[in-house]
Design a protein around this ligand. Structure first.
Ligand code: HEM
Length: 391
């Protein structure tokens, strides 16, 4: 059984906290509001290795700081969205299709890679002011390898398998070292390992979940021509030279679709913490060193929290009131995603840019592959039709 389904089964069984078998020792899944709040509370006795993104401050562009929640002004938020909008409008996502074809059947793996590469290009441009061109594809491939290795999914068992995987790991690392070198060179700072680590971890934290969220959203839309058409109409009306603002984007039907995609397929499908003390979690005694997991994937599909939980129904976000702590695509508490405020709008802008240029159809939803992030399986194909009129 996939770990996503296993967590869902535990969550649906109704216990606030469930113990489960883990290779690392004692582990618990927290599923009730009370237990989740306790895990994420400010000052709680649950640790998580610190993320190095704050070390990046001297290397970031002003809008990159804003994106990472290190600046706070509504005007800068709109400037950020304007820049993201300009990026998506000018980015040639599928250059071959733009140039040569009207309709094409793209292998899903190529479709995914192109979108992931776009998210790396966006991240490098917005965070560091770097235009990386074709290198974005190399970084996207390198991130595939890093995700697999970190999930224990990339090592071969035979010695020739492990040699191949060592080689893949080294070449993936070389891509990110190149990027870190470029960022530091551009800022005129002496390269340090600490900076290189911060650049790599931050760009991975930004581009990977964005890419998967976008792929899942487009895959769901690829099976829903009517919603695609509604979003295209709205997107075309909005693209008339006026500045993009949060208020304008709020009206787009793509907002509910993106939220629903993040519900069904949260890229960060499990959040792990380590207990730093002997304590009780929802009356269950746990020891220092025990792992406690909160799974957005399981929470988002729990029968007690959602009607028809497995069904794609964006309207639930237009009409429903969410139960507390049942929708956590960006986490919660002091370690919430620092880009949480912008993520949905950035994704809406990507969906708009894509649907203004293409119509897409997908015959089968990709399977979900829970590595470090919830990756869509690359099987199948995507039919892309370039729209006749430039929009
Ligand atoms: C749809 C897109 C995204 C999703 C679903 C997502 C989700 C998350 C989640 C759930 C966490 C919390 C992890 C935890 O508590 O253990 C997180 C942390 C983080 N995210 Fe995002 N994220 C997204 C996009 C981004 C972007 C665009 C950036 C950068 C611009 C970013 C930067 C970070 C960083 C630096 C952290 C670590 C924060 C810390 O540990 O204090 N994320 N993200």
């Amino acid at each position: 059984m996939q770990p996503t389904d296993y967590f869902l089964k535990l969550a649906n069984a109704g216990s606030a906290v469930s113990r489960y078998e883990s290779e690392q020792g004692n582990a618990y899944l927290a599923s009730s509001v009370e237990a989740i709040k306790a895990v994420f509370r400010q000052g709680a006795q649950f640790a998580c290795p610190s993320h190095p993104y704050r070390h990046l401050d001297p290397l970031l562009q002003p809008l990159g700081r804003q994106w990472l929640g290190m600046g706070s002004s509504a005007a800068h938020d709109d400037a950020l969205l304007d820049d993201v909008h300009a990026f998506f409008e000018s980015h040639r996502i599928f250059p071959g299709i733009d140039t040569f074809h009207v309709t094409t059947n793209l292998p899903a793996a190529d479709f995914h890679l192109a979108l992931k590469a776009m998210c790396f290009a966006l991240g490098c441009r917005l965070l560091f002011g770097l235009y990386i061109g074709g290198k974005s594809v190399d970084l996207a491939r390198a991130s595939d390898a890093i995700e697999e290795i970190r999930s224990g999914d990339g090592s071969g068992s035979s010695s020739s398998g492990s040699k191949a995987s060592d080689l893949r790991a080294r070449s993936a690392q070389a891509e990110f070292s190149w990027l870190a070198g470029e960022v530091q060179r551009q800022c005129g700072v002496a390269p340090t390992g600490e900076n290189a680590h911060a650049v790599q971890e931050t760009i991975l934290s930004a581009a990977v979940p964005l890419a998967y969220a976008l792929i899942w959203t487009l895959s769901l839309l690829g099976r829903d021509a009517a919603t695609q058409a509604a979003i295209r109409r709205e997107a075309t009306g909005m693209n008339c030279g006026a500045r993009v603002t949060r208020d304008a984007l709020r009206a787009s039907p793509a907002v509910a679709v993106v939220k629903e995609a993040l519900r069904l397929y949260p890229p960060v499908w499990a959040l792990s913490r380590t207990s730093t003390a002997e304590q009780c979690l929802a009356d269950i005694p746990i020891q220092a060193g025990d792992a406690v997991v909160v799974s957005p994937y399981a929470l988002h599909r729990m029968r007690s929290a959602w009607d028809s939980p497995h069904q794609f129904d964006p309207q639930r976000f237009d009409t429903g009131t969410l139960k507390p702590h049942t929708y956590l695509p960006f986490g919660a508490g002091p370690r919430t995603c620092p880009a949480a405020k912008s993520n949905v709008h950035v994704l809406v802008l990507a969906v708009h840019a894509l649907l203004r240029r293409y119509s897409l159809s997908i015959s089968k939803m990709p399977g979900a592959h829970p590595l470090v992030a919830l990756r869509p399986a690359p099987q199948g194909s995507v039919s892309l039709r370039k729209l006749a009129e430039p929009r």
